[in-house]
Write a protein that binds this ligand. Structure first.
Ligand code: FAD
Length: 412
Protein backbone atom coordinates (compact mmCIF):
# COMPACT_ATOMS: atom_id res chain seq x y z
CA UNK A 1 0.00 0.00 0.00
CA UNK A 2 1.44 3.35 -1.05
CA UNK A 3 1.22 6.34 1.27
CA UNK A 4 0.60 8.78 -1.57
CA UNK A 5 -2.45 11.04 -1.39
CA UNK A 6 -4.71 12.19 -4.20
CA UNK A 7 -7.07 15.02 -3.25
CA UNK A 8 -10.03 15.67 -5.55
CA UNK A 9 -11.87 19.00 -5.27
CA UNK A 10 -15.51 18.78 -6.36
CA UNK A 11 -17.71 15.73 -5.72
CA UNK A 12 -20.02 15.60 -8.70
CA UNK A 13 -19.90 13.81 -12.08
CA UNK A 14 -16.20 14.42 -12.75
CA UNK A 15 -14.96 14.09 -9.17
CA UNK A 16 -16.80 10.84 -8.46
CA UNK A 17 -15.75 9.23 -11.77
CA UNK A 18 -12.16 10.25 -11.15
CA UNK A 19 -12.10 8.84 -7.60
CA UNK A 20 -13.52 5.47 -8.60
CA UNK A 21 -11.36 5.20 -11.71
CA UNK A 22 -8.22 5.86 -9.65
CA UNK A 23 -8.83 2.53 -7.92
CA UNK A 24 -9.39 0.76 -11.26
CA UNK A 25 -6.12 2.21 -12.54
CA UNK A 26 -4.29 0.83 -9.50
CA UNK A 27 -3.88 3.88 -7.24
CA UNK A 28 -3.07 2.35 -3.87
CA UNK A 29 -2.71 5.49 -1.76
CA UNK A 30 -5.34 7.64 -0.12
CA UNK A 31 -8.18 9.19 -2.15
CA UNK A 32 -9.90 12.18 -0.57
CA UNK A 33 -12.95 13.49 -2.41
CA UNK A 34 -14.12 16.90 -1.21
CA UNK A 35 -17.41 18.55 -2.14
CA UNK A 36 -18.93 21.73 -0.77
CA UNK A 37 -22.54 20.61 -1.31
CA UNK A 38 -24.05 18.88 1.72
CA UNK A 39 -25.49 16.05 -0.35
CA UNK A 40 -24.20 12.62 -1.25
CA UNK A 41 -23.19 13.20 -4.92
CA UNK A 42 -26.15 13.13 -7.29
CA UNK A 43 -26.95 13.24 -11.02
CA UNK A 44 -27.36 16.88 -12.05
CA UNK A 45 -29.39 16.49 -15.31
CA UNK A 46 -32.65 15.45 -13.57
CA UNK A 47 -32.67 18.76 -11.67
CA UNK A 48 -34.43 20.51 -14.56
CA UNK A 49 -36.40 17.37 -15.49
CA UNK A 50 -37.71 14.68 -13.09
CA UNK A 51 -36.59 16.39 -9.89
CA UNK A 52 -38.30 19.65 -10.80
CA UNK A 53 -41.45 17.78 -11.83
CA UNK A 54 -41.43 15.76 -8.61
CA UNK A 55 -41.12 12.43 -10.47
CA UNK A 56 -37.82 11.64 -8.75
CA UNK A 57 -36.46 12.42 -5.34
CA UNK A 58 -32.79 12.96 -4.56
CA UNK A 59 -32.32 9.43 -3.27
CA UNK A 60 -33.25 8.11 -6.71
CA UNK A 61 -30.61 10.39 -8.26
CA UNK A 62 -27.46 9.44 -6.37
CA UNK A 63 -24.44 9.03 -8.63
CA UNK A 64 -23.34 5.97 -6.64
CA UNK A 65 -24.60 4.36 -3.44
CA UNK A 66 -22.85 5.60 -0.30
CA UNK A 67 -21.33 2.16 0.29
CA UNK A 68 -19.28 2.30 -2.89
CA UNK A 69 -17.09 5.06 -1.47
CA UNK A 70 -16.38 2.96 1.62
CA UNK A 71 -15.79 -0.20 -0.43
CA UNK A 72 -13.20 1.67 -2.51
CA UNK A 73 -11.58 3.40 0.48
CA UNK A 74 -12.55 6.82 -0.84
CA UNK A 75 -12.80 9.41 1.92
CA UNK A 76 -15.80 11.43 0.83
CA UNK A 77 -16.10 14.75 2.64
CA UNK A 78 -19.30 16.60 1.80
CA UNK A 79 -20.23 20.06 3.10
CA UNK A 80 -16.55 20.98 2.93
CA UNK A 81 -15.00 23.68 0.77
CA UNK A 82 -11.41 23.95 -0.38
CA UNK A 83 -10.43 27.59 0.12
CA UNK A 84 -6.98 27.66 -1.44
CA UNK A 85 -4.12 25.64 -2.85
CA UNK A 86 -0.47 26.00 -1.92
CA UNK A 87 1.06 24.34 -4.96
CA UNK A 88 4.63 24.83 -3.75
CA UNK A 89 4.09 22.91 -0.53
CA UNK A 90 1.39 20.70 -2.09
CA UNK A 91 -1.35 21.41 0.43
CA UNK A 92 -4.95 22.57 0.27
CA UNK A 93 -6.66 24.68 2.94
CA UNK A 94 -10.21 23.75 3.93
CA UNK A 95 -12.95 26.02 5.26
CA UNK A 96 -12.74 24.06 8.52
CA UNK A 97 -9.24 25.48 9.04
CA UNK A 98 -7.53 22.15 8.28
CA UNK A 99 -4.72 21.77 5.76
CA UNK A 100 -4.38 18.58 3.74
CA UNK A 101 -1.21 17.48 1.96
CA UNK A 102 -1.42 15.94 -1.48
CA UNK A 103 0.89 14.24 -3.94
CA UNK A 104 -1.58 14.71 -6.78
CA UNK A 105 -4.49 17.13 -6.87
CA UNK A 106 -7.50 17.02 -9.22
CA UNK A 107 -9.75 20.02 -9.79
CA UNK A 108 -13.33 19.00 -10.66
CA UNK A 109 -14.93 22.24 -9.54
CA UNK A 110 -17.52 22.47 -12.33
CA UNK A 111 -19.38 25.64 -13.08
CA UNK A 112 -21.75 28.11 -11.53
CA UNK A 113 -24.72 30.00 -12.87
CA UNK A 114 -24.49 33.38 -14.45
CA UNK A 115 -26.78 35.73 -12.53
CA UNK A 116 -28.98 38.46 -13.91
CA UNK A 117 -27.33 41.87 -13.59
CA UNK A 118 -29.81 43.17 -11.06
CA UNK A 119 -28.73 44.68 -7.81
CA UNK A 120 -31.27 43.27 -5.38
CA UNK A 121 -31.55 39.58 -4.59
CA UNK A 122 -35.24 39.24 -5.44
CA UNK A 123 -37.17 36.49 -3.66
CA UNK A 124 -38.96 35.29 -6.77
CA UNK A 125 -36.00 34.79 -9.11
CA UNK A 126 -34.60 31.28 -9.29
CA UNK A 127 -31.59 29.60 -10.89
CA UNK A 128 -31.07 25.88 -11.46
CA UNK A 129 -27.67 24.41 -10.72
CA UNK A 130 -27.92 22.50 -7.45
CA UNK A 131 -30.48 20.32 -5.70
CA UNK A 132 -30.77 23.09 -3.12
CA UNK A 133 -31.70 25.59 -5.87
CA UNK A 134 -34.50 23.34 -7.15
CA UNK A 135 -35.78 22.45 -3.69
CA UNK A 136 -36.14 26.18 -2.95
CA UNK A 137 -37.86 26.77 -6.29
CA UNK A 138 -40.34 23.93 -5.76
CA UNK A 139 -41.09 24.93 -2.16
CA UNK A 140 -41.82 28.53 -3.05
CA UNK A 141 -43.79 28.05 -6.28
CA UNK A 142 -46.11 25.15 -5.53
CA UNK A 143 -49.28 27.21 -6.12
CA UNK A 144 -47.89 29.51 -8.81
CA UNK A 145 -49.86 29.98 -12.00
CA UNK A 146 -47.57 32.08 -14.20
CA UNK A 147 -43.84 31.91 -14.86
CA UNK A 148 -41.34 33.76 -16.98
CA UNK A 149 -38.27 31.81 -18.05
CA UNK A 150 -35.38 34.02 -19.09
CA UNK A 151 -33.17 32.23 -21.58
CA UNK A 152 -34.14 29.75 -24.28
CA UNK A 153 -31.21 27.38 -23.72
CA UNK A 154 -31.51 23.76 -22.60
CA UNK A 155 -32.11 24.44 -18.95
CA UNK A 156 -34.69 27.16 -19.48
CA UNK A 157 -36.54 25.04 -22.03
CA UNK A 158 -36.48 21.89 -19.91
CA UNK A 159 -37.85 23.87 -16.97
CA UNK A 160 -40.49 25.44 -19.24
CA UNK A 161 -41.59 21.95 -20.34
CA UNK A 162 -41.97 20.73 -16.75
CA UNK A 163 -43.90 23.84 -15.71
CA UNK A 164 -46.19 23.70 -18.76
CA UNK A 165 -46.99 20.06 -17.99
CA UNK A 166 -47.97 21.22 -14.49
CA UNK A 167 -50.42 23.71 -16.00
CA UNK A 168 -48.30 26.78 -15.29
CA UNK A 169 -48.62 29.50 -17.94
CA UNK A 170 -45.07 29.94 -19.21
CA UNK A 171 -43.43 32.67 -21.27
CA UNK A 172 -39.85 32.13 -22.44
CA UNK A 173 -37.91 35.33 -23.17
CA UNK A 174 -34.87 34.81 -25.39
CA UNK A 175 -32.40 37.51 -26.40
CA UNK A 176 -31.29 35.79 -29.65
CA UNK A 177 -33.46 35.42 -32.73
CA UNK A 178 -34.21 31.76 -31.93
CA UNK A 179 -34.03 29.33 -29.03
CA UNK A 180 -30.93 27.11 -28.66
CA UNK A 181 -29.15 29.50 -31.00
CA UNK A 182 -25.73 28.85 -29.46
CA UNK A 183 -25.87 25.08 -29.86
CA UNK A 184 -28.01 24.05 -32.82
CA UNK A 185 -29.13 24.97 -36.32
CA UNK A 186 -32.27 26.82 -37.37
CA UNK A 187 -34.31 23.73 -38.24
CA UNK A 188 -33.91 22.24 -34.77
CA UNK A 189 -34.71 25.59 -33.15
CA UNK A 190 -37.91 25.72 -35.21
CA UNK A 191 -38.89 22.21 -34.16
CA UNK A 192 -38.26 22.91 -30.47
CA UNK A 193 -40.21 26.19 -30.69
CA UNK A 194 -43.16 24.40 -32.33
CA UNK A 195 -42.97 21.68 -29.67
CA UNK A 196 -43.26 24.23 -26.85
CA UNK A 197 -45.99 26.19 -28.59
CA UNK A 198 -47.98 22.98 -29.03
CA UNK A 199 -47.91 22.69 -25.22
CA UNK A 200 -49.09 26.25 -24.73
CA UNK A 201 -45.73 27.86 -23.95
CA UNK A 202 -45.23 31.32 -25.38
CA UNK A 203 -41.74 32.00 -26.77
CA UNK A 204 -40.59 35.52 -27.42
CA UNK A 205 -37.26 35.91 -29.21
CA UNK A 206 -35.08 39.02 -29.73
CA UNK A 207 -36.29 40.09 -26.34
CA UNK A 208 -33.82 41.50 -23.86
CA UNK A 209 -34.94 41.85 -20.25
CA UNK A 210 -33.97 45.31 -19.06
CA UNK A 211 -35.15 45.18 -15.45
CA UNK A 212 -37.15 43.22 -12.93
CA UNK A 213 -39.05 44.83 -10.08
CA UNK A 214 -40.69 43.29 -7.07
CA UNK A 215 -43.01 45.54 -5.07
CA UNK A 216 -45.53 44.36 -2.48
CA UNK A 217 -45.00 40.81 -3.79
CA UNK A 218 -45.90 41.92 -7.31
CA UNK A 219 -43.22 40.91 -9.77
CA UNK A 220 -42.75 42.78 -13.06
CA UNK A 221 -40.35 41.79 -15.82
CA UNK A 222 -39.66 44.72 -18.13
CA UNK A 223 -38.15 44.18 -21.58
CA UNK A 224 -36.13 46.52 -23.78
CA UNK A 225 -39.00 46.79 -26.29
CA UNK A 226 -41.30 48.12 -23.54
CA UNK A 227 -43.26 44.89 -23.05
CA UNK A 228 -43.97 43.85 -19.45
CA UNK A 229 -44.85 40.56 -17.80
CA UNK A 230 -46.24 39.91 -14.34
CA UNK A 231 -45.40 36.32 -13.44
CA UNK A 232 -45.53 34.73 -10.00
CA UNK A 233 -41.86 33.81 -10.37
CA UNK A 234 -38.92 33.90 -12.78
CA UNK A 235 -36.42 31.19 -13.68
CA UNK A 236 -33.22 32.48 -15.23
CA UNK A 237 -31.23 30.05 -17.36
CA UNK A 238 -28.73 32.44 -18.88
CA UNK A 239 -25.61 30.34 -18.88
CA UNK A 240 -22.83 29.28 -16.60
CA UNK A 241 -19.18 30.06 -16.14
CA UNK A 242 -16.39 27.73 -15.06
CA UNK A 243 -15.28 27.73 -11.45
CA UNK A 244 -11.65 28.65 -11.87
CA UNK A 245 -11.22 30.68 -8.69
CA UNK A 246 -9.05 28.10 -6.89
CA UNK A 247 -6.94 27.46 -9.98
CA UNK A 248 -6.43 31.18 -10.53
CA UNK A 249 -5.40 31.71 -6.92
CA UNK A 250 -2.87 28.91 -7.34
CA UNK A 251 -1.45 30.64 -10.41
CA UNK A 252 -2.58 27.97 -12.90
CA UNK A 253 -3.18 29.04 -16.48
CA UNK A 254 -6.90 29.66 -17.02
CA UNK A 255 -8.48 30.77 -20.27
CA UNK A 256 -12.20 30.17 -20.42
CA UNK A 257 -11.65 27.37 -17.94
CA UNK A 258 -8.69 25.71 -16.31
CA UNK A 259 -6.30 25.00 -19.18
CA UNK A 260 -5.32 21.35 -19.42
CA UNK A 261 -3.26 19.51 -22.02
CA UNK A 262 -4.44 16.39 -23.82
CA UNK A 263 -3.37 14.38 -20.77
CA UNK A 264 -5.65 16.46 -18.51
CA UNK A 265 -2.68 18.05 -16.75
CA UNK A 266 -2.82 21.73 -15.78
CA UNK A 267 0.15 24.08 -15.95
CA UNK A 268 1.31 22.50 -12.64
CA UNK A 269 2.59 18.95 -13.15
CA UNK A 270 0.95 17.69 -9.94
CA UNK A 271 -2.47 19.19 -10.61
CA UNK A 272 -5.00 17.70 -13.04
CA UNK A 273 -8.50 18.88 -13.91
CA UNK A 274 -11.65 17.45 -15.47
CA UNK A 275 -15.25 18.37 -16.31
CA UNK A 276 -17.11 21.64 -16.80
CA UNK A 277 -14.27 23.69 -15.26
CA UNK A 278 -11.70 22.78 -17.91
CA UNK A 279 -10.67 23.96 -21.33
CA UNK A 280 -8.96 21.13 -23.23
CA UNK A 281 -7.35 20.78 -26.66
CA UNK A 282 -9.49 18.99 -29.22
CA UNK A 283 -7.73 17.48 -32.19
CA UNK A 284 -11.08 16.75 -33.80
CA UNK A 285 -12.02 20.44 -33.80
CA UNK A 286 -8.49 21.85 -33.77
CA UNK A 287 -9.13 24.28 -30.92
CA UNK A 288 -9.60 24.36 -27.16
CA UNK A 289 -13.06 23.37 -25.94
CA UNK A 290 -14.91 23.94 -22.71
CA UNK A 291 -17.84 21.55 -22.61
CA UNK A 292 -20.81 21.32 -20.31
CA UNK A 293 -21.93 17.70 -20.39
CA UNK A 294 -21.98 14.54 -18.36
CA UNK A 295 -20.10 12.68 -21.11
CA UNK A 296 -17.24 15.16 -20.97
CA UNK A 297 -17.10 15.14 -17.17
CA UNK A 298 -17.00 11.34 -16.95
CA UNK A 299 -14.68 10.61 -19.88
CA UNK A 300 -12.22 13.36 -19.06
CA UNK A 301 -12.17 12.31 -15.40
CA UNK A 302 -11.40 8.71 -16.34
CA UNK A 303 -8.50 9.88 -18.52
CA UNK A 304 -7.26 12.08 -15.65
CA UNK A 305 -7.30 9.10 -13.26
CA UNK A 306 -5.13 7.07 -15.65
CA UNK A 307 -2.69 9.96 -16.05
CA UNK A 308 -2.48 10.53 -12.29
CA UNK A 309 -1.49 6.87 -12.05
CA UNK A 310 1.42 7.51 -14.41
CA UNK A 311 -0.16 6.29 -17.65
CA UNK A 312 -0.40 8.42 -20.78
CA UNK A 313 -4.07 8.57 -21.71
CA UNK A 314 -5.04 11.37 -24.06
CA UNK A 315 -8.57 12.76 -23.88
CA UNK A 316 -10.08 13.71 -27.22
CA UNK A 317 -13.65 12.41 -27.23
CA UNK A 318 -16.44 13.42 -29.60
CA UNK A 319 -18.81 15.42 -27.38
CA UNK A 320 -22.39 14.26 -26.95
CA UNK A 321 -25.33 15.58 -25.00
CA UNK A 322 -29.03 14.98 -24.52
CA UNK A 323 -32.02 17.06 -23.48
CA UNK A 324 -35.50 15.85 -22.45
CA UNK A 325 -38.44 18.13 -23.16
CA UNK A 326 -41.99 16.74 -22.78
CA UNK A 327 -41.83 13.19 -24.24
CA UNK A 328 -39.06 14.15 -26.69
CA UNK A 329 -35.38 13.27 -26.31
CA UNK A 330 -32.99 15.43 -28.29
CA UNK A 331 -29.58 13.79 -28.80
CA UNK A 332 -26.67 15.81 -30.09
CA UNK A 333 -23.16 14.85 -30.96
CA UNK A 334 -20.25 16.99 -32.10
CA UNK A 335 -20.24 20.78 -32.30
CA UNK A 336 -22.10 22.39 -35.15
CA UNK A 337 -20.64 25.91 -35.15
CA UNK A 338 -18.81 26.71 -38.38
CA UNK A 339 -20.79 24.29 -40.58
CA UNK A 340 -21.18 25.10 -44.29
CA UNK A 341 -23.88 22.56 -45.13
CA UNK A 342 -26.77 21.08 -43.21
CA UNK A 343 -28.55 17.94 -44.35
CA UNK A 344 -32.01 16.95 -43.13
CA UNK A 345 -32.96 13.30 -42.91
CA UNK A 346 -36.70 13.25 -42.39
CA UNK A 347 -39.53 15.66 -42.91
CA UNK A 348 -39.86 19.42 -42.41
CA UNK A 349 -43.46 18.90 -41.30
CA UNK A 350 -43.82 19.20 -37.52
CA UNK A 351 -46.43 16.43 -37.16
CA UNK A 352 -44.32 14.05 -39.25
CA UNK A 353 -41.22 15.02 -37.28
CA UNK A 354 -43.06 14.12 -34.07
CA UNK A 355 -44.24 10.85 -35.61
CA UNK A 356 -41.02 9.56 -37.21
CA UNK A 357 -38.22 11.64 -35.73
CA UNK A 358 -35.56 13.29 -37.86
CA UNK A 359 -31.85 14.00 -37.94
CA UNK A 360 -29.83 17.05 -38.92
CA UNK A 361 -26.25 16.55 -40.01
CA UNK A 362 -23.79 19.45 -40.05
CA UNK A 363 -20.94 19.27 -42.54
CA UNK A 364 -17.87 21.40 -43.07
CA UNK A 365 -15.90 20.86 -46.27
CA UNK A 366 -17.75 17.57 -46.81
CA UNK A 367 -16.80 16.25 -43.35
CA UNK A 368 -19.42 15.71 -40.66
CA UNK A 369 -18.83 17.88 -37.58
CA UNK A 370 -22.12 17.42 -35.70
CA UNK A 371 -25.54 15.79 -35.71
CA UNK A 372 -28.78 16.61 -33.87
CA UNK A 373 -31.29 13.78 -33.65
CA UNK A 374 -34.89 13.41 -32.53
CA UNK A 375 -35.89 9.75 -32.05
CA UNK A 376 -33.08 8.58 -34.35
CA UNK A 377 -30.74 6.51 -32.16
CA UNK A 378 -29.05 4.75 -35.10
CA UNK A 379 -28.20 8.00 -36.84
CA UNK A 380 -26.91 9.38 -33.53
CA UNK A 381 -24.60 6.41 -32.89
CA UNK A 382 -23.24 6.31 -36.44
CA UNK A 383 -22.64 10.07 -36.45
CA UNK A 384 -20.38 9.86 -33.39
CA UNK A 385 -18.02 7.56 -35.29
CA UNK A 386 -18.19 9.55 -38.51
CA UNK A 387 -17.26 12.73 -36.64
CA UNK A 388 -14.41 11.02 -34.81
CA UNK A 389 -12.99 9.55 -38.03
CA UNK A 390 -13.39 12.84 -39.93
CA UNK A 391 -14.79 10.73 -42.74
CA UNK A 392 -15.88 12.17 -46.10
CA UNK A 393 -19.66 11.96 -46.27
CA UNK A 394 -22.08 11.61 -49.16
CA UNK A 395 -24.80 14.19 -48.34
CA UNK A 396 -27.27 12.46 -50.66
CA UNK A 397 -26.96 9.23 -48.69
CA UNK A 398 -27.48 11.12 -45.43
CA UNK A 399 -30.77 12.55 -46.67
CA UNK A 400 -31.97 9.31 -48.28
CA UNK A 401 -34.14 7.36 -45.81
CA UNK A 402 -33.69 4.19 -47.90
CA UNK A 403 -29.96 4.20 -47.12
CA UNK A 404 -29.19 2.58 -43.76
CA UNK A 405 -27.13 4.87 -41.46
CA UNK A 406 -24.30 2.30 -41.29
CA UNK A 407 -23.44 2.94 -44.93
CA UNK A 408 -23.33 6.73 -44.74
CA UNK A 409 -19.65 6.97 -45.45
CA UNK A 410 -19.00 7.87 -49.08
CA UNK A 411 -16.83 5.58 -51.23
CA UNK A 412 -13.15 6.70 -51.15
P1 FAD B 1 -20.40 20.04 -11.41
O1 FAD B 1 -21.50 19.06 -11.60
O2 FAD B 1 -20.68 21.49 -11.53
O3 FAD B 1 -19.77 19.78 -9.99
C1 FAD B 1 -18.74 20.53 -9.42
C2 FAD B 1 -18.81 20.34 -7.92
O4 FAD B 1 -17.66 20.93 -7.34
C3 FAD B 1 -20.02 21.04 -7.30
O5 FAD B 1 -20.71 20.16 -6.47
C4 FAD B 1 -19.39 22.19 -6.51
O6 FAD B 1 -20.12 22.53 -5.35
C5 FAD B 1 -18.04 21.59 -6.15
N1 FAD B 1 -17.00 22.59 -5.83
C6 FAD B 1 -16.63 23.66 -6.59
N2 FAD B 1 -15.64 24.33 -5.98
C7 FAD B 1 -15.38 23.69 -4.81
C8 FAD B 1 -14.46 23.92 -3.74
N3 FAD B 1 -13.63 24.94 -3.75
N4 FAD B 1 -14.48 23.06 -2.69
C9 FAD B 1 -15.33 21.99 -2.69
N5 FAD B 1 -16.22 21.73 -3.66
C10 FAD B 1 -16.24 22.57 -4.72
N6 FAD B 1 -25.56 17.39 -19.19
C11 FAD B 1 -25.90 16.44 -20.08
O7 FAD B 1 -25.02 15.81 -20.69
N7 FAD B 1 -27.23 16.17 -20.34
C12 FAD B 1 -28.24 16.82 -19.70
O8 FAD B 1 -29.41 16.57 -19.94
C13 FAD B 1 -27.88 17.82 -18.74
N8 FAD B 1 -28.83 18.48 -18.05
C14 FAD B 1 -28.46 19.37 -17.08
C15 FAD B 1 -29.45 19.99 -16.32
C16 FAD B 1 -29.10 20.88 -15.32
C17 FAD B 1 -30.18 21.54 -14.51
C18 FAD B 1 -27.75 21.19 -15.08
C19 FAD B 1 -27.38 22.17 -14.01
C20 FAD B 1 -26.76 20.59 -15.84
C21 FAD B 1 -27.09 19.67 -16.83
N9 FAD B 1 -26.14 19.03 -17.60
C22 FAD B 1 -26.49 18.07 -18.52
C23 FAD B 1 -24.72 19.37 -17.44
C24 FAD B 1 -24.03 18.41 -16.48
O9 FAD B 1 -24.78 18.24 -15.33
C25 FAD B 1 -22.64 18.97 -16.17
O10 FAD B 1 -21.90 19.00 -17.37
C26 FAD B 1 -21.94 18.14 -15.12
O11 FAD B 1 -22.61 18.24 -13.89
C27 FAD B 1 -20.49 18.57 -14.97
O12 FAD B 1 -19.93 17.84 -13.94
P2 FAD B 1 -18.68 18.42 -13.12
O13 FAD B 1 -18.37 17.37 -12.09
O14 FAD B 1 -17.62 18.84 -14.04
O15 FAD B 1 -19.19 19.75 -12.43
Amino acid sequence: MSNKVCVIVGASHAGVSLALQLRKEGWEGEVILIGEENELPYHRPPLSKEYLSGDKDLDAMRLRPEKIYQDNSIKLRTGCRVESIDSKNKTVALDSGENLSYDKLALCTGAQVRKLPIEDELQSIFYIRTAEDVAALVARTADAKKAVVIGGGYIGLEAAAVLAKNSVEVTVLEMADRVLQRVTGTLMSEFITALHMSHGVSIKTECRVSSIEEKDSLLTVICGDGSEYSPDFVIAGIGIFPRTELAELAGLICEEGVRVDEFTQTSDENIYAAGDCTSHPSFIYDRHLRLESVQNANDQARAAAANICGKQKAYDAVPWFWSDQYHIKLQMTGLSDGYDQVVLRGSTNFEEQLQSGFALFYLKGGIMIAADCIARPKEFMVSKNLIKNKSAIDPLALADESVEPVVFQSPQ
